[in-house]
Design a protein around this ligand. Structure first.
Ligand code: URA
Length: 476
């Protein structure tokens, strides 16, 4: 295999064959292709895109670079969710224990901060002692015992994604539809899931800012998942403003805990509930029969989906609406009863974290410097620009600019100003949390740029814009 020739072909707009992708990824995994060649290829892919066949071939090669989790015989549907990445997106911390409290098995595998977005692992690791580096055997045992594990990519799971992810983060090649699709789906398919819910962000803080691209990303991942036997559903959600109020690792963990305790911001709770309902619905229509023998029957594939007689359609739609309403009630009940919060506590304890964090979030690391930021003028909040906020968190030390950087969990923002809200000059609209006064200055500058206050109406995207399945797109 002559790697410069492959790079050149991609650079010039050609395609690699499935065999070439397979060989290249295997050689990269074996240490026979240096990082600089892979980085060059990633940039060529970023600029030129990939065909459907190439995307599928890269995905399969990435999954094949590691092992697959096997949950055969668990007796519970195995369902997960993954977000395409956003600012203030702490949904996973609430959703994973919530779904487990509802009887699903959730082996959630997440990533670290990427580009301007935060990562679930960095948030979880802000809990003193929390260990995200579980082995596959530990993960399986924990999911059997308490229904949920929240882990980083083990060396066994899609190891090539782990390396590419870190490389993309520092080579400006994150915002690329086929690379995002392969990255997410390689981890998720290796988890051996029955069902997957995707939270596909749209808006200026998403990796793909164009709404049409977000939809295309959702459709691409759904097709990749369903073709490989994993029922996949996506919700298109707003990322034209941060989700919730907190942005920054420990601050977001605290806000997620507040949501589990019934005191979370409305948008965070609404989005989490919507995703949880999808997880429950997927768990119910589960794709595998978990037989007593422990053998999983093959998952349903799009191509062998049962054909439905048209006269059944109204009854089926009615039934689905009833099921959905029931699922919604169950999700709300699991939050209100404290079952989801208890599950979170069990999860933290199981993974070595300080379980007192649920009752007392002040055990989370605290910033050295805190400053209140006030509205510089009166008017309507027209915009809270998530990308500016996310980048500032990274610059203040809460994310990475080099793969080996350590992350400061304490820094970030709590922004109470929401688009559409009327504010008066001098009214507190945010707090800045930083390591030192230079960090505070950086944070202040970012808020000046991110929060637009003026006259007129704020134009915002709907929090839940669409539900996408293999069958089509619906408004939720
Ligand atoms: N999340 C991932 O796991 N990978 C991406 O490329 C983007 C978001």
């Amino acid at each position: 295999m002559f790697v410069p020739g492959l790079i050149e072909r991609k650079r010039d707009g050609g395609a690699l064959s499935a065999g070439e992708w397979g060989e290249l990824v295997a050689a990269f995994h074996a240490g026979q292709v240096p990082d600089y060649q892979m980085a060059a290829l990633l940039m060529a892919v970023f600029l030129r895109g990939m065909t459907r066949e190439e995307t599928a071939a890269l995905l399969d090669a990435m999954v094949a670079s590691g092992s697959r989790l096997d949950f055969g015989g668990l007796g519970r549907p195995v369902v997960d969710k993954h977000s395409t990445g956003g600012v203030g997106d702490k949904v996973s911390l609430v959703l994973a224990p919530l779904a487990a409290a509802l009887g699903l098995a959730v082996p959630m595998m997440s990533g670290r901060g990427l580009g301007h977005t935060g990562g679930t692992l960095d948030k979880l690791e802000s809990i003193p002692g929390f260990r995200t580096g579980l082995s596959l055997a530990e993960t399986r045992a924990q999911v059997e015992r308490i229904g949920v594990a929240m882990i980083g990519q083990t060396p066994e799971i899609a190891p090539v994604d782990k390396r590419l992810y870190a490389m993309r983060d520092v080579t400006a090649t994150v915002e690329c539809l086929p690379l995002i699709a392969c990255s997410i789906m390689s981890k998720k398919l290796a988890e051996g899931l029955d069902g997957l819910v995707l939270d596909v962000k749209q808006g200026s803080g998403a990796f793909l800012t164009d709404a049409a691209k977000s939809l295309e990303l959702a459709k691409t991942m759904i097709a990749l998942g369903e073709d490989r036997g994993c029922r996949t559903v996506a919700l298109l959600t707003a990322m034209d403003r941060p989700l919730g109020r907190a942005c920054g690792n420990a601050l977001e963990t605290e806000e997620a805990i507040m949501a589990l305790r019934g005191e979370g911001p409305e948008d965070l709770v609404e989005e989490t509930v919507a995703l949880a309902v999808e997880m429950v619905m997927l768990g119910r229509t589960g794709t595998r029969a978990h037989g007593p023998s422990g053998e999983d029957t093959p998952a349903r594939r799009r191509t062998d989906a049962p054909t439905r007689r048209s006269s059944d359609a109204p009854r089926t739609a009615e039934r689905a609406a009833v099921d959905r309403a029931g699922a919604e009630q169950e999700v709300h009940a699991a939050l209100a009863s404290g079952k989801a919060a208890e599950k979170f506590q069990a999860l933290v304890e199981a993974q070595g974290g300080n379980p007192a964090v649920l009752e007392d979030p002040s055990v989370l690391p605290q910033a050295n410097e805190v400053e209140v930021y006030s509205a510089p003028r009166s008017g309507t909040v027209l915009r809270v620009e998530p990308r500016t906020i996310g980048r500032a968190v990274v610059e203040m030390g809460g994310g990475r600019t080099k793969a080996e950087d350590a992350v400061d969990p304490t820094v970030g923002f709590v922004i109470s100003a929401r688009p559409g809200q009327a504010v008066r000059a001098g009214e507190p609209v945010a707090s800045i949390f930083a390591r030192d006064t230079a960090g505070i200055a950086l944070g202040r500058k970012a808020l000046d740029a991110a929060i637009a206050i003026g006259e007129g109406r704020a134009e915002t995207l709907p929090l839940l814009a669409a539900r996408v399945t293999a069958e089509g797109v619906e408004e939720p």
